[in-house]
Design a protein around this ligand. Sequence first.
Ligand code: NAP
Length: 283
Amino acid sequence: MRIAISGSKGQLGLALQEVLRRAGGIGDALLLIDLPEHDITDLAAITATVEEFGPEVIVHGAALTDVDLCEREPDLAYRVNVLGTRNLAVAAQQSGAAMVYVSTDYVFPGREAPYWEYDRPEPLSVYARTKWYGEQIVRDLLSRHYVARTAWMYGQGPRNFVRTVLRLADERGAMSMVTDEVGSPTYALHLARALDRLVRVPAYGIYHLSNAGVCSRYEWACEVLRLAGREGIEVTPTTNYQRLARVPARVELRNAAGEAIGITMPPWQEALAEYLKRTGDHE
Ligand SMILES: NC(=O)c1ccc[n+]([C@@H]2O[C@H](COP(=O)([O-])OP(=O)(O)OC[C@H]3O[C@@H](n4cnc5c(N)ncnc54)[C@H](OP(=O)(O)O)[C@@H]3O)[C@@H](O)[C@H]2O)c1
């Protein structure tokens, strides 16, 4: 299958390349879309590039993912996350490709009960709003689309929560972490595996694809340190972390659509153990 990946240098993009290129993976030929070579905000250039390649599927992961930066630079967030998505959706239309749009649990405002795929979003921040607009564009322009909402992703790359916890342990020997932010830590490689399976099935629509289970940032940090053999590091539970963007207090994504076609994801603790084992981050 010919697959275009936007955001190919990001956490998910790198994981997708690993999965799709592996024996049995579905990607015979990949078009890698990322800055500076390809800018999704340039409609003429991106549609020409995509059309020339002729993908059967576009997995669209490129985005401005720094939620505080989005809050500071809403025009830029709109240009990349909304208009960039429109441009790739047009490119998909012109080349007859299906599209996977990777979205976020942050489209929801947070509550106790799990969110089902077709629950109504109510984004709290600029980032979340632009991702929600992106979902709507893809749904409006393309009948053959998958919206894959995920959460709290970590994988290859210089920045992620797991790396931050280990760095704080090394540099300070202690840290504070909030108990009032709850979500599902999700290993990019597991999401990539789920997407590799999803694009083989023409069951279009919305999917919630995160590792199973939820925890607070505090519990996540403690588990990182435990699995890395760093139990001696003190983690102080705290609340009300001050940041520019408002983030939901608790989002649990109910993966009903994926389960119905046999696509499930392992518990977040298992995923974290696999990540740490593979990367040797804790050494
Ligand atoms: N990370 C999470 O916790 C999380 C949670 C839920 C959903 N998601 C969604 O999952 C997707 C993948 O996330 P990720 O963590 O893999 O993101 P990431 O590591 O930040 O990667 C995104 C990539 O897109 C690139 N990009 C930005 N603007 C671009 C443009 N105009 N043209 C082409 N490429 C551009 C970025 O380049 P630069 O680095 O140079 O900007 C980066 O390489 C995103 O759509 C995100 O919204 C992420």
